[in-house]
Design a protein around this ligand. Structure first.
Ligand code: SAH
Length: 463
């Protein structure tokens, strides 16, 4: 391959047309095949761009003027959309966002998965794609003696005050505002990242969509919290439906939000929520899907793809607090869940008890180690469900699946590129990818979640 000299230079002004979006939502224009990435530009648009940075294979530009404007462009609803960076697609209407996500998945299926013809369904969106998040984690800082709580400005650690986050449940916004003013009233100092001084680091709120229960977590640098009693009393008075007030102590210099120590200041250690018929206890540190309405859609799809009759043995790899496992257990003979975080497995066991589910067993460990051991012990799975983090499945796990030969594999993924990579390996190992269903779990962001159904090819031939 001959290396082309980039056809643009820094500070050039050029007229371009945009034909695509990158996975992080920037517009893509091409000059003699050379891609230019431009924020806030949409496919179908054109305009003048100033080149701000040139790399070997691509360049970044800044939109100077808009000429043609996409019919899918819309006014962002959030007044701080540009500064915040939490959402990347509010300037694209919702229909356009759903199409973008489907296209992203189709593109990686062809490019990385070598599956250009696989069925990728239209993305299942929300009827009302606003105020969906059930968890808020808001950093706190000081300005002119008062407290501000909001978000980090893009690419910085300056905190911008925010009254409302439009993708957050209203209840969580209300908690953040209430806790901020109560702490301000009692003169609580905000944590100062530079000096590693001060007390209050983050205000966290969790909301059970079905139960309406609320958890408030005060993340502090020190275990001492002045006026603790009064602060707790005032939170109880001003937050209806609060069931749990927690203090989490994080004394480290770190970007990680929660520390190791958690104390209940008032009420319960957990709040409860349900997805479908399954009830979950959620603690301050538990992983729980942030969009419960779409989680139900996602899990229903996974269940449909598993197509259980009640006779099957199922493995749920990367099971977290057992959400998918318990959903599947209602329709399977036996479910084995495996997860690397010990606390999550404790939660999974508790959640099984809470629902009277006796046919689910959970193990702590790496899926790529535990499942090969189960295979050696003679455990046979009819269906394997995997729901790995963004980096996808470990190859050792994929090879074990190929050896174990479950009739069906259901792959839940939050990273389309690694999904496509892993599907290629499973295809080479004897599986056929039947269909991919993107589900919009995170409207207005570029994140895409997918459920994929695979079937063992020799099985397909026997039918
Ligand atoms: N299925 C769950 C959680 C999915 S998130 C749900 O829908 O709620 C992915 C999970 O994989 C996380 O809980 C993470 O802790 C776990 N994990 C990461 N690496 C792992 C590994 N190598 N083996 C097992 N679990 C792992």
């Amino acid at each position: 391959m001959t290396k082309l000299k980039p056809p643009v230079e820094k500070n050039d002004y050029i007229d371009v047309s945009f034909e695509d979006l990158t996975h992080d939502g920037a517009g893509v224009a091409k000059v003699n095949g050379f891609p230019i990435f431009v924020q806030n530009a949409l496919p179908g648009e054109s305009g003048q761009v100033k080149i701000i940075k040139v790399k070997k294979g691509y360049a970044f530009g800044k939109l100077v003027t808009h000429e043609r404007v996409s019919e899918n462009r819309t006014e962002p609803r959030c007044p701080v959309y540009k500064q915040c960076g939490g959402c990347q697609l509010q300037h694209l209407n919702y229909e356009g966002q759903l199409q973008f996500k489907q296209k992203q998945v189709k593109d990686v299926m062809a490019r990385i998965g070598h599956l250009p013809n696989v069925t990728v369904h239209p993305t299942i969106g929300m009827n009302d794609p606003w105020r969906y998040r059930n968890k808020a984690q808001v950093p706190v800082a000081e300005r002119e003696g008062g407290l501000v709580a909001g978000f980090y400005q893009q690419r910085s650690h300056d905190i911008i005050d925010m009254d409302a986050c439009l993708i957050q449940q209203q209840e969580n916004d209300d908690v953040v505002q209430a806790v901020k003013s109560i702490c301000e009233k009692y003169g609580i100092r905000a944590y100062d990242e530079q000096k590693h001084k001060g007390t209050l680091r983050h205000i966290m709120a969790r909301y059970g969509l079905v139960t309406g229960e609320i958890m408030v977590v005060l993340v502090t640098r020190t275990s001492e919290l002045p006026h603790k009693k009064q602060i707790v009393e005032e939170i109880v008075q001003s937050v209806p439906n609060v069931k749990s007030i927690i203090q989490n102590v994080n004394s480290k210099r770190t970007n990680v939000i929660l520390g190791d120590q958690t104390h209940v200041l008032w009420g319960e250690e957990y709040i409860y929520d349900s997805i479908g018929d399954v009830k979950f206890a959620i603690s301050a540190k538990s992983f729980y899907q942030v969009n419960p309405e779409q989680t139900k859609v996602l899990y229903d799809k996974a269940l449909e793809y598993a197509n259980l009759t009640g006779e099957e043995t199922v493995i749920d790899a990367y099971c977290g607090i057992g959400t998918i496992s318990l959903f599947l257990a209602q329709k399977a003979k036996k479910v084995y869940g495996v997860e690397i975080v010990p606390e999550a497995i404790e939660d999974a066991k508790r959640n099984a008890d809470l629902n009277g589910i006796e046919n689910a067993e959970f193990a702590v460990g790496e899926a790529e180690v535990v499942i090969p051991n189960w295979y050696k012990q003679g455990i046979k799975a009819d269906v394997i469900v995997v729901d790995p983090p963004r980096k996808g499945c470990d190859e050792a796990l994929l090879n074990t699946i190929i050896d174990m030969k479950p009739k069906k594999v259901v792959y839940v993924s939050c990273g389309p590129a690694t999904l496509a990579r892993d599907l290629k390996i499973l295809e080479e190992g004897g599986y056929q990818t039947l269909e991919v269903q993107p589900v919009d779990m995170f409207p207005h962001t570029t994140h895409v979640e997918c459920v994929t159904q695979l079937i063992l090819k020799e099985e397909a031939g026997n039918q």
